[in-house]
Write a protein that binds this ligand. Structure first.
Ligand SMILES: O=c1[nH]c(=O)c2ncn([C@@H]3O[C@H](COP(=O)(O)OP(=O)(O)OP(=O)(O)O)[C@@H](O)[C@H]3O)c2[nH]1
Ligand SMILES: [Mg+2]
Length: 198
C-alpha cells in the first residue's frame, strides 16, 4: 500500500483522513507514527498561513512530501470565532469538551436561525524542492443547543448538517468524508494534482 504523511498530531483528523484516503489505496501516517516529536508553532493569522507553516516545516524535517491541515469553526453570531483559534478556544490544554462548553454558553439564548456556522479546512502540500500548494474546503451548518452523536472529534457533536438532518458526530467517518470541509478540500487537491493521489 502507498503511504502518505499527514503533518498533524490530531487523532480525530487522522481518522478523517483514513476514511478519505484508504479507499484510494493509501495508508495514512501522521506525526504520531513518527519517532521525532514535531509540533510546529502556528504563528500565522489565517488557515492558509498556518497550513503552509506546518507543511513546509514538517517536509523539511522529514525530507519527504507531506500534507498538512489547518482547520476550524467559524460562527457568524460570534463574528467568526473561534476560527484559527478553534483547537484552544477555551484556553489552556486543548480540550474538545471545554471548547464545546464555551461555544454553547456564548450562544445561550441565540435563536436557531442566527446560529449559522461553517467548518473550514485548508490543506497544504509541501515537498522538498517543490512549490507549496494549498487547497480549501468548507461545510455549512448550524450550532445545536446541546451535544448529539458519538463519532468525530472537536465540535462535531454540536454542528448540525441541515441537508442530512444530523449532527456531524452522528455521521460515520465515511459519511462525514462525503460532505466535510476536509473531504471537500481533499477533492480540490485531487482534482488539481491527480498525480499526487491516483
Ligand atoms: O468538530 C470538528 N470537526 C472537524 O472536522 C474539525 N476540523 C477542525 N476542527 C476544529 O478546529 C481545530 C483545528 O485546529 P488545528 O488545525 O490547529 O489542528 P490541531 O491543533 O487540532 O492539530 P494539528 O493538525 O495542528 O496538529 C480542531 O482542534 C477542532 O477544534 C474540527 N472540529
Ligand atoms: Mg494545531
Amino acid at each position: 500500500m502507498k503511504q502518505i504523511i499527514i503533518a498533524t498530531n490530531n487523532k480525530g483528523k487522522a481518522k478523517d483522513f483514513e476514511a478519505l484516503l484508504n479507499p484510494l489505496g493509501y495508508e495514512v501516517l501522521t506525526l504520531q507514527d513518527i519517532e521525532e516529536e514535531i509540533d510546529v508553532e502556528e504563528t500565522g493569522t489565517t488557515f492558509e498561513e498556518n497550513a503552509i507553516l506546518k507543511a513546509e516545516e514538517t517536509a523539511k524535517i522529514l525530507n519527504k512530501p507531506v500534507i498538512s491541515d489547518d482547520s476550524g469553526l467559524e460562527i457568524d453570531a460570534l463574528n467568526g470565532e473561534p476560527g484559527i483559534y478553534s483547537a484552544r478556544y477555551a484556553g489552556g490544554e486543548k480540550s474538545d469538551s471545554a471548547n464545546i462548553d464555551k461555544v454553547l454558553s456564548k450562544l445561550e439564548g441565540v435563536p436557531e436561525e442566527q446560529r449559522t456556522a461553517r467548518f473550514r479546512c485548508v490543506l497544504a502540500i509541501a515537498a522538498p524542492g517543490e512549490q507549496t500548494e494549498t487547497f480549501s474546503g468548507s461545510c455549512e451548518g448550524r450550532i445545536l443547543n446541546g451535544r448529539r452523536g458519538e463519532h468525530g472529534f472537536g465540535y462535531d457533536p454540536i454542528f448540525y448538517v441541515p441537508e442530512l438532518d444530523k449532527a456531524m458526530a452522528e455521521l460515520a467517518p465515511e459519511q462525514k468524508a462525503k460532505i466535510s470541509h476536509r473531504g471537500n478540500a481533499l477533492r480540490e487537491l485531487k482534482a488539481a494534482m491527480p498525480s499526487w493521489l491516483s
